[in-house]
Ligand binder design. Sequence first.
Ligand code: FAD
Ligand code: UDP
Length: 365
Amino acid sequence: MKYDYLIVGAGLFGAVFAHEAVKKGRTCLVVERRGHIAGNIYTEEISGIQVHRYGAHIFHTSDKKVWEYVNRFAEFNQYINSPIARYKDELYNLPFNMNTFSKMWGIATPEEAQKIIADQIADLHITQPRNLEEQALSLVGRDVYEKLIKGYTEKQWGRDCRELPSFIIRRLPLRFTYDNNYFNDRYQGIPIGGYTRIVEKLLEGTEVRLNTDYLAHRAELDALAEKVVYTGMIDQFYDYCLGVLEYRSVRFETEELEQENYQGNAVVNYTEREVPYTRIIEHKHFEFGKQPVTIISREYSSEWKKGDEPYYPVNNEKNDGLYEEYKAKAEGEKRVIFGGRLGSYRYYDMDKVIASALELCAREL
Ligand code: FAD
Ligand code: UDP
């Protein structure tokens, strides 16, 4: 065997594992299907602007160890995510907070906001929210749900809000203070110089083969290493033998505009059903860019089908049940370890991916 580990996928999970393994004197080969490293956190510089090719990525965490770890590979700026929600011609601050409520209802105090929300849901008697709709209504009332949640969520997920799990909406903070920070985490920022550079540094000293699909060259690649760390889709690994896990995919329509400032904010969500995209990202605002041009990306959400890039796992009961069956199979593998967002069929943020890769390193190396 030429290598200790064959790592499938040059995304964040694979790169952290490779870095730690090489540090411990192990040999690794990374194979990556795409023509570049860094997986979905890939950024590329265009006209002096770091463009997030696979969607906006904001690093945020409360895990001090992870924050210190990632700061070894990049310096982070002071960006705080504060998206704007646009419903027809009305603009609101996100996440749902006193700025949102005061604009929606012309009120000023938390007490007034809480009373309006309570009045709007009094007749629903929701005690245990059974789905995203009930969860959202019970948190923010009918107006905010109808204007800022229902249309956006149904575009994003392609499903009725009553068919979606409530945890999706619980990711967002709800505050009765005037605070537009989208995250509650202790640490937040964007790496100066982009995310790709972090992954480049993690992979220093590791051999990487791009444009190489592990599943298309399985036998010859397996013969090269003692063990495999697989960060691709778990159902695809097993040739979908138990069934196909559902994902949402995203199409990004990116254009460069000959103007300095298009929308005045990095993220603007279009929350009405009728606008076909979910949001517009203006990349330069993640790094306070002053270039004479700007680059924007419109995001169109769609149901994943074979051949598309999988982005968001659809963690409903049916898919989670199927995933458990695949997981049981995976646990029986002697020389393959599954990890990362696709290997675990989980909506993992970057900090969670780093933490789980480091946990694996602690067990494995
Ligand atoms: P990936 O980045 O998906 O890497 C897996 C790699 O494996 C890919 O490069 C893929 O091409 C490769 N691969 C798969 N199958 C094969 C094969 N058969 N052969 C060879 N290679 C293969 N997180 C945050 O913390 N903050 C955010 O703001 C944020 N925003 C996001 C926005 C969007 C639109 C999306 C989709 C995700 C976002 N995330 C965010 C999550 C973040 O992208 C993930 O946590 C992270 O990219 C996961 O890393 P990974 O290595 O597990 O997976
Ligand atoms: N959401 C919404 N309206 C918004 C923003 C978010 O209804 O303007 C809901 C939607 O259901 C979404 C969820 O909150 O899927 C989580 O939002 P988040 O911004 O975390 O999604 P991501 O950035 O991961 O796409």
